[in-house]
Design a protein around this ligand. Structure first.
Ligand SMILES: [Zn+2]
Length: 303
């Protein structure tokens, strides 16, 4: 009953204010939901009694050429939460690697899930400690939001420290970017899953909107979003997409600390040089630095 009350309160708050203000409730309900979730886990455990022990270190990052393949990165914000383990089961079954932008407070509450994310080849990024709008904080407060989260994730994962950050609501500016000191990863497809909480809509948008090199934003703290993922994966596979983590997506592109990125930048156009072109003089740059992707609104609700 308590769980249901919290869930209703969380849902009501969500309608009013987006995901940012519901996380404490979500975190509080997570313990109850997890208790229910462990039944499924126990069943799976019984089936897989002979399975090998869980890995002690994460698998290596793969080398996937996203200039040639149609790559896409699934990203999940605000967790871990009550539905994260179920999502990880789906991703494992489908052989899909994703990226989780986790909150420090939730990493502290559910360290085993952060560890599972890392050990199963997913990337974990920093999403602040408790989801404030960073542009409204002092530099010291921003630093604290990031550092505490980095520490919680590193502890939970057994030593893997995030190298990418997603600012809550996508809200950033030059000062915040400099203080964070990591590349800031936004998105090219905003499913607005937190707003509609509708699996059919999440599925439709998740399959239809991504373009090669895209970054899709979902939230693993919402049940309808997690329920949509098997169909989203199937639909995107049918469209010929390869699923990669954010770092895999940007492989070969230099990401700068404090800059925002929302999709993989297009490759440099092939040079029309003749076949007998001489090599560039030594010490010359390889070419113009890739420009940061097209800028996104500095602030959006509900991320
Ligand atoms: Zn968020």
């Amino acid at each position: 009953m308590r769980t249901r009350n919290f869930a209703l309160i969380a849902a009501a708050l969500l309608l009013v204010s987006g995901c940012g203000h519901t996380e404490k409730k979500q975190a509080r309900t997570a313990g109850h939901r997890l208790a229910a979730g462990t039944k499924a886990g126990a069943k799976a455990g019984a089936r897989a009694r002979t399975a090998p022990a869980p890995p002690q270190r994460p698998p290596a990052q793969r080398r996937i050429d996203c200039d040639r393949l149609k790559c896409v990165a699934l990203t999940f914000d605000d967790g871990p939460g009550p539905y994260t383990n179920g999502l990880l089961d789906v991703l494992k079954k489908d052989g899909v690697r994703a990226t989780f932008f986790v909150l420090g407070q939730n990493a502290r509450s559910f360290p085993a899930m952060v560890r599972r994310e890392v050990m199963e080849g997913h990337e974990v990024g920093d999403h602040s400690w408790d989801h404030p709008q960073l542009t409204g904080l002092s530099a010291a407060a921003v630093k604290s939001q990031i550092q505490r989260t980095q520490d919680a994730i590193t502890r939970a994962s057994g030593g893997v420290k995030p190298t990418i950050m997603r600012p809550p609501y996508g809200a950033t500016n030059r000062r915040v970017g400099q203080t964070i000191g990591m590349p800031l990863i936004l998105w090219s497809v905003d499913t607005e899953d937190w707003r509609y909480l509708n699996t059919a809509r999440d599925t439709r948008v998740g399959i239809k909107e991504p373009k090669p090199g895209g970054v899709i934003l979902f939230h693993d703290i919402h049940k309808p979003s997690v329920k949509a993922i098997p169909a989203v994966i199937e639909g995107l596979k049918k469209r010929g997409f390869t699923f990669v983590t954010v770092s895999e997506l940007f492989e070969g592109r230099q990401l700068k600390p404090g800059q925002t990125y929302s999709e993989r930048m297009a490759p440099k156009p092939a040079s029309p040089a003749p076949v007998t072109a001489s090599p560039p003089p030594s010490g010359s740059p390889a070419g113009p630095a890739p420009s940061p992707s097209k800028s996104r609104p500095q602030q959006a609700e509900g991320h």
